[in-house]
Write a protein that binds this ligand. Structure first.
Ligand SMILES: [Zn+2]
Ligand SMILES: [Zn+2]
Length: 409
């Protein structure tokens, strides 16, 4: 095993440069052209067969190295529409920010790709390095799969991925089973009939209709989801009308649903739909509401056996593993690869925060999800993982996990 990591120390300065370059030049979801080109060049240099524009800007690198399992390592590539506020020398100035650390993911995937190619005499099998676009909008994995990913490339036997988070650098956290929530976001348009504010009897008021929908939706979780189950229903946006004396034509809501179980998810989505349709009918609406999906993230579910293998391998390799007590309410589209390929997947979190920012008490309370004051979490304009040891650890995790499946020579 150690031999697969030989050369990592020499490789790190180059990986740090790659990271700083990616960090300074983030791109929005679906527009990762420069990022994809950089990743593709990096994989080609390392001897991979590279295919670009898989699902728009996706990149796939394949290393066929004899008989054995096919191991998929996935990294996502997109930044967020945020103005960076880290003050770092390599901070982005283009109004887009790698505030979710996808630059770390790309860099670590390239590092792992490098070491595994360099030491290909020590293993056999096939490596599939997947650089996925548009994770933040829950679209990129779908795009790649819809672009024939499973037919065009070797079918994976296991899918592995990792995400950097605000834990102390060096710490890995993972759980078997449900790891992250499913998320469904949609727009609801409620149609009324416009008119003068003085004559509501001649109108169908979409604002009152919308207000009823919002209140009634609060009962979905409290009255239709059991005490042992979990879900969140949030109306995050509500727009209707302009003037106080005008009853508008329509109202628009944006609704976000989080769930941790496929059956609960379906029940909640059905309930939301039922409430919307029934409230429109209760208001006498002449036109059925429109419910248009904006995005849908699947559940992230870690295969129990495969997770155990990764955990054991990482622990043997000196990694500090913290149990995750609850699944995260955040969401990911990584799970689609394993689901569609019909193979197990494992997704874990790796710490990227400066250890010095955590007091001994903070470290005690890590499992409660409490963050010390100076630590910015993902999607914060001050999110700034420390380069070292985050990049090194991320590379080691991927190599150690992949080696669990690749046949040894
Ligand atoms: Zn994110
Ligand atoms: Zn992310």
């Amino acid at each position: 095993m150690t031999s697969l990591l030989d050369g990592l120390d020499d490789l790190l300065p180059q990986l740090h440069d790659t990271y700083r370059d990616l960090h300074a030049n983030p791109e929005l979801s679906g527009q990762e052209h420069r990022t994809a080109a950089l990743a593709a060049a990096g994989l080609r240099e390392r001897g991979y067969e590279v295919t670009e524009n898989v699902g728009r800007t996706g990149v796939v690198g394949v290393l066929r190295n004899g008989d054995g399992p096919v191991v998929l390592l996935r990294a996502d590539m997109d930044g967020l529409p945020l103005r960076e506020d880290t003050g770092l020398p390599h901070a982005s100035t283009n109004g887009v920010m790698h505030a979710c650390g996808h630059d770390v993911h790309i860099t670590c995937a390239l590092g792992a790709a490098d070491l595994l190619a360099r030491h290909r005499d020590a293993w056999s099998g096939t490596l599939l390095i997947v650089l996925q676009p548009a994770e933040e909008i829950g679209a990129g994995a779908r795009w790649m799969l819809d672009d024939g990913f499973l037919d065009r490339f070797p079918r994976p036997d296991v899918c592995l991925g990792q995400h950097v988070g605000p834990l102390p650098a060096g710490v890995v956290t993972v759980r078997p089973g449900t790891m992250m929530a499913a998320a469904d976001t949609f727009t609801v348009r409620l149609f009324g009939r416009a008119g003068h504010g003085s004559t509501p009897e001649r109108t169908i008021d979409p604002i009152v209709m919308a207000a009823s929908v919002v209140l009634r939706l609060q009962t979905v979780v409290s009255r239709e989801v059991g005490a042992h189950e979990q879900a969140v229903v949030t109306v995050g946006s509500l727009h209707a009308g302009e003037a106080a004396n005008v009853i508008p034509d329509e109202a628009e809501l944006k609704v976000n649903v989080r769930s941790f179980d496929p059956l609960v998810r379906q029940r909640v989505l059905d309930a939301v739909r039922r409430v919307v349709l029934a409230e429109a009918r209760a208001s006498g609406a002449e036109r059925e509401p429109e419910i248009v999906p904006l995005n849908a993230f699947p559940l992230t579910v870690n295969d129990t056996g495969a997770t155990e293998r990764v955990v054991t391998a990482l622990r043997e390799h000196g990694r500090v593993l913290r149990p995750m007590r609850f699944p995260l309410a955040g969401s990911e589209d990584f799970g689609l690869f394993g689901t569609e390929a019909g193979c197990p997947s494992v997704y874990w979190f790796v710490g990227g925060a400066d250890h010095a920012l955590f007091s001994p008490e903070d470290l005690e309370r890590l499992d409660d999800g409490v963050l010390p004051a100076g630590v910015a979490s993902n999607h914060n304009t001050r999110f700034a993982p420390v380069l070292d040891p985050t990049i090194r650890d991320g590379v080691v995790n991927l190599v150690v996990a992949a080696a669990e499946w690749l046949s040894r020579k």
